[in-house]
Design a binder for this molecule. Structure first.
Ligand code: EPZ
Length: 417
């Protein structure tokens, strides 16, 4: 196990290059299996979840050549629809292999994705969609077995706006017979990215990024060369790093309009933000104003930014309220933040945060990916030394976080626990 040791209190200055979007990449790799020929995918984030997916694809018979930020996936040798259980159960997003393998083989068997520290995270909407296309599902011994004689297009209404279900049904429907209409879809940038990738392979998907997506099934898909969009949440995380440390940081390689909700909130707090075409400059000189945050599906304020933002609110003047509308308990990390002097009260889906003068360094745990990022931000802003344990959570979704922070003059090192 590894930990970060951080000496806080320094304003961070310089520029950081944003990597490809994790939540695009973990869907695009399985999507590449739908083609008959190889795909080249670049601007790939160099993170653990991608390593894991590459291993699973190799186990399924696919050929994978991975460089740091590029991967070539050749699905020709694909000969199994049962990803290794020990790998699949390590990563919730392995459920995208269900949609891909069901579409490829009319069958898929995969370990039930676990919940994690932010909630139960069921996949009932995914299953409802697959069954609407003609699949039958059985769940036994912790495995989902899903089978269809033939996938036939249908009209599917999602009871819950779900990124995963929206993407998984695009995967399953793009080679189904006839037309599939998905209603009440998620509109996140990574949903659009996956649709663009599938269309680049010859799929016929219209309306991604709106509530309604129309998929006209095609017989075959071919490989393509695709560049993944920049990671909206990584970019937002470094924007908060700059604001929390009273720094001045250029965040490079972003798509500003993916960041509108984050920019609006930070501006409301008094953070100075300059938008250029693919660079955002974030500065903070004066005090932070308190604000209220309600997480919502895109284009609302992203739930994955709730945890990093809480650190900023802990340092703002006055009382801020966070309402977490997506997950039922995404506030566990606040117990760790309290160890550093934050004044927080949680009531159900609401966290009431009273700003304090300063945070002080302490040994804390990364309880999940975004909570880990929040602990790092708190350590960078705090007075004294912070140890963030179990940083493997962070490595799942942030590429070389300590290296990128060191380039901003942060005093952070990675050590073996
Ligand atoms: C994706 O998870 C992201 N993960 C999450 O990011 C992100 O928090 C989430 O979308 C919301 O934006 C990936 O893309 C790999 P959902 P996903 O289905 O697809 C409920 C990170 O830090 N729901 O949009 O699993 C669910 O419980 C991770 O990068 C059902 O009830 O999220 C949640 O309350 C954390 N039934 C809400 O919908 C279902 O079948 C939104 O979940 C599916 C979801």
């Amino acid at each position: 196990m590894e930990k970060f040791i951080i000496k806080g209190g320094k304003p961070l200055r310089g520029s950081v290059q944003i990597s490809g979007a994790k939540n695009s990449a973990v869907a695009i790799l399985p999507a590449a299996l739908l083609a008959d020929t190889p795909s080249v995918i670049d601007n790939l984030p160099d993170i653990k979840d991608i390593e894991l997916l590459a291993q699973m694809i190799r186990h399924l018979g696919g050929k994978v050549e991975k460089k740091k930020h590029e991967i070539v996936i050749d699905p020709e040798g694909l000969n199994s629809f049962y990803p290794p259980r020990d790998l699949a159960s390590q990563m919730r997003a392995s459920y995208y292999l269900i949609g891909a393998l069901l579409s490829k083989f009319n069958e898929a068997v995969i370990a039930m994705p676990g919940g994690c520290n932010i909630g139960v995270r069921p996949i009932d909407q995914h299953i409802k969609g697959f069954e609407a296309l003609g699949a039958e599902t059985t769940i036994e011994h912790g495995l989902i077995r899903i089978k269809a004689k033939k996938l036939v297009g249908n009209h599917i209404y999602f009871d819950v706006v779900s990124v995963g279900a929206t993407i998984n049904l695009m995967l399953a429907a793009c080679k189904a017979e006839g037309v599939t209409i998905l209603e009440n879809c998620a509109k996140e940038p990574h949903v659009v990215d996956v649709a663009n990738f599938l269309n680049a392979m010859g799929a016929n998907i219209k309306g991604a990024g709106t509530d309604t997506i129309k998929i006209t099934g095609v017989d075959k898909l071919h490989g393509c060369h695709y560049t993944i969009i920049p990671d909206q949440i990584e970019a937002g995380t470094y924007m908060v790093v700059a604001a929390a440390t009273k720094g001045d940081v250029y965040i490079k390689g972003v798509i500003p309009n993916h960041l509108e909700a984050i920019i609006a909130k930070l501006t409301e707090m008094g953070v100075i933000i300059e938008e250029h075409d693919d660079v955002i400059r974030v500065r903070r000189e004066g005090p932070l104003k308190h604000v209220d945050i309600k997480t919502l599906p895109y284009p609302g304020f992203p739930t994955d930014m709730q945890q990093p933002m809480a650190v900023l609110l802990a340092l703002a003047d006055g009382i801020s309220v966070i309402t977490e509308n997506i997950y039922e308990n995404r506030f566990k990390y606040l117990d760790e933040l309290k160890k550093m002097g934050a004044r927080v009260r949680v009531e159900g889906r609401t966290a009431i945060i009273e700003g304090v003068e300063k945070l002080t360094g302490a040994p804390v745990y990364a309880t999940d990916l975004r909570a880990g990022a929040a602990m790092v931000i708190a350590g960078l802003a705090a007075e004294g030394i912070t140890e963030v344990m179990e940083v493997y959570h962070i490595d799942r979704g942030y590429e070389a976080m300590e290296v990128k922070l060191q380039a901003l003059a942060a005093d952070i090192i990675r050590v073996k626990e």
